[in-house]
Design a binder for this molecule. Structure first.
Ligand SMILES: NC(=O)c1ccc[n+]([C@@H]2O[C@H](COP(=O)([O-])OP(=O)(O)OC[C@H]3O[C@@H](n4cnc5c(N)ncnc54)[C@H](O)[C@@H]3O)[C@@H](O)[C@H]2O)c1
Length: 359
């Protein structure tokens, strides 16, 4: 009886101080309050690309400590006393990554590698990385597992695959990397994003009673609410080391693989007047992937997802109806990452390498 108990205790990491990189983003601004609720001491680190007042959709919760810093300038000292890192900072989706593939590599891969090396060096015990199911690229209708070969189609997806590999190489008995290959996020957040398929359709239905699908509606996307991603980060921080060390985990659930056309239908079921149209000349984005989430289910059988697509659309509708935003707000830079970055560049606040001019 004694041995299994000791074994279990050894596997429970004692994590108190958690650093969230990208703490001010769409997912980060949901993760910070959740960690604080669970009594972790939370450090946030972010370069603050999306911190203009117009980019705030709802009130944000501040971390216990905040470091305004570009991860390309990370120092080992920034990680002093940190027990675990949740690494979210990135040029964070496929279109954003295409601004400049070299910058995507510099931030998402090279700077992340430096962060991970420093983390291991200073004694961080657990390093959770926010990767993406877009590493799977074009997979057609077959169901993808973590064992399937990756097929990254964009600079963003390539950066995710390469950082995953280098992170896993650092694994040892004291340093536990865990990779969350997240599905496409949706739903409300203090830092709302409308450049994500469900939120984009919902905003378009709300403001114009229209959804223009840029493809023929058939591509598959696995979906997950941003808050459920944040909840999975917390669950994986707590999970016993032997269960999660060095694991790649698809994060989402089997019931939430949808074709783009179905996503539009769900939005229409809430915004009933919406007219949906398909592209005459479908755009060249050929990504389509249907993902199996059986591993996550087996690994965290007690984890309950809080959201569905329909519930999330209803939440967005309520948010917008209770506090009606001007139409312009839902179509301008406020919640569109690429537009906000271009705005910062055009106004000479950040340079072409995306460093702040005053840095
Ligand atoms: N949203 C999704 O659908 C989704 C899906 C899968 C994976 N992910 C991954 O999860 C993570 C978080 O995504 P998100 O949707 O919250 O993105 P986001 O763009 O909303 O937030 C990213 C945050 O990182 C910060 N950042 C960017 N470059 C930085 C740098 N060089 N130094 C310091 N901070 C920097 C930004 O200021 C921003 O606050 C990303 O790594 C993303 O690739 C997101």
């Amino acid at each position: 009886m004694v041995l299994p108990l000791l074994y279990t205790l050894e596997n429970m990491v004692n994590i108190k101080n958690v650093l969230v990189t990208g703490s001010n983003g769409y997912i980060g601004s949901l993760l910070v309050p959740l960690l604080k609720q669970k009594n972790y001491k939370v450090w946030g680190l972010d370069t603050s690309y999306f911190d203009d007042p117009e980019c705030h959709f709802k009130k944000t919760t501040l971390p216990d400590k905040f470091i305004k810093k570009d991860i390309r300038d990370i120092k080992a000292a920034d990680l002093k006393n940190i027990d675990a890192v949740c690494h979210l900072a990135a040029l964070s989706n496929d279109p954003l990554g295409e601004i400049n593939p070299k910058l995507t590599r510099d931030i998402n891969l090279t700077a992340s590698q430096k962060l991970a090396r420093f983390a291991k060096k200073v004694g961080v015990k657990r390093f959770l990385f926010s990767s993406s199911c877009s590493v799977y690229g074009v997979m057609g209708d077959q169901e993808i597992t973590e064992e399937s070969p990756v097929d990254p189609k964009t600079a963003y997806a390539v950066s995710k695959v390469e950082f995953e590999k280098s992170l896993l190489k650092l694994a040892d008995k004291n340093f536990c990397p865990v990779i969350l290959r997240n599905a496409t996020a949706y739903g409300s957040s203090p830092k709302l994003r409308l450049d994500l398929v469900l939120n984009n359709f919902a905003a378009s239905a709300f403001t114009a009673n229209r959804i223009n699908i840029l493809s023929d509606g058939t591509p598959w996307r696995p979906m997950i609410h941003a808050e459920d991603i944040a909840r999975l980060f917390v669950a994986l921080l707590k999970a016993p080391t032997d269960k999660v060390a060095g694991q790649i985990i698809n994060c989402g659930r089997n019931e939430e693989n949808f074709q783009i056309g179905e996503i539009a239908k769900i939005v229409k079921s809430v915004f009933k007047k919406t007219e949906v149209s398909l592209a005459v000349n479908p755009d060249k984005d050929s990504r389509t992937y249907k993902v199996s989430f059986n591993k996550l289910k087996k690994m965290l059988p007690e984890f309950k997802f809080k959201w569905t697509l329909q519930k999330a659309v209803r939440q967005l509708k309520t948010d917008w109806e209770n506090n009606p935003p001007p139409t312009k707000v839902l179509t301008s830079r406020n919640f569109m990452r690429l537009r906000q970055l271009n705005h910062l560049i055009d106004n000479k606040r950040i340079n072409q390498k995306l460093f702040w001019h005053h840095d």
